[in-house]
Design a protein. Structure first.
Length: 277
């Protein structure tokens, strides 16, 4: 099912058609919100596709927010786009909620900042410490790349793939992604890679950039712990993990294309009693 070129309407994406038939482009001026709203399948969408093609088709139904997600987003912003922190985030002041005036002041503050993500003072301080450590350990490598730029490419199925690397060092073909995590011990982070499908993300980003004819051959995680002392480590994901992700991800995409072409309106899964019953 081939994506119609007219369906990608965000002018900031700067999409142009190449002779190969791919829709390509990048959004240098796009905000993260605009990127999220733009058409295309992102790496995070693959988690829904693992459940069923129908879940991906209706992905707008399954959005969620959490304080953990907000903290990670704030850390990203502090490291990658520090000048824009105040545009998207605001620290909650201390209010005396035992008084009527304090409750009213809090409600007024929330209303005045409803377009921003409100962060508690404790989490704001934690994010600052995490961002400081990341810049101390990995600031040099981050400084060599472009930050938070969006890329779009159409694959051989006509599916628009999109990615937004935290940092991309194009001359070296290196993609960098910041992850907040419980532990940076290699064994623990290996488990996180598998559980949260970070290897899918790594493959997806590299593949999308390659579809655009760009150099992309290494994916590095900057892992930062969410608790004191906010340990930071850098991990380059293995070719083995990327190759495994390629097989599994492309099978998922193929199943999605087949689902769209079938015209089915639902996905019914077989289920039985547990093995121990």
């Amino acid at each position: 099912m081939r994506e119609k070129r007219g369906e990608i309407t965000l002018a900031k994406v700067g999409i142009s058609a190449q002779a190969a038939g791919f829709i390509t482009g990048k959004g240098e001026e796009m905000t993260n919100k605009e990127y999220q709203e733009a058409k295309g399948i992102s790496a995070s969408d693959l988690k829904l596709l693992e459940i069923s093609p129908l879940h991906l088709k209706h992905k707008d139904l399954f959005k969620f927010e959490s304080e953990v997600f907000d903290l990670g987003s704030l850390v990203h912003k502090m490291v990658l786009e520090p000048d824009d922190v105040d545009k998207e985030f605001v620290k909650m002041p201390e209010f005396n909620l035992r008084t009527k005036a304090g409750k009213e002041d809090k409600a007024k503050f929330e209303e005045e900042n409803k377009e921003k993500t409100i962060i508690s003072p404790a989490d704001w301080e934690r994010a600052e410490k995490m961002a400081f450590n990341i810049k101390a350990i990995a600031g040099n490598i981050i400084s060599k790349g472009i930050k938070e730029e969006s890329f779009f490419a159409t694959d051989e199925y006509g599916i628009v793939r999109k990615c937004r690397p935290d940092c991309y060092i194009e001359p070296l073909g290196v993609v960098i992604d910041i992850k907040t995590t419980q532990s940076t011990k290699p064994f623990d982070f290996q488990k996180a890679i598998y559980e949260y499908r970070y290897h899918y993300q790594a493959y997806w980003y590299l593949k999308t950039l390659k579809l655009l004819g760009k150099k992309a051959n290494q994916f590095i995680f900057i892992a930062v712990e969410k608790k004191e002392p906010f340990m930071v480590r850098l991990f380059r994901i293995s070719d083995n993990a990327i190759n495994r992700a390629e097989v599994e991800v492309e099978e998922l995409i193929k199943s999605y294309v087949e689902f769209l072409e079938s015209g089915r309106a639902e996905v019914v899964e077989d289920i039985d009693l547990p093995n121990w019953a």
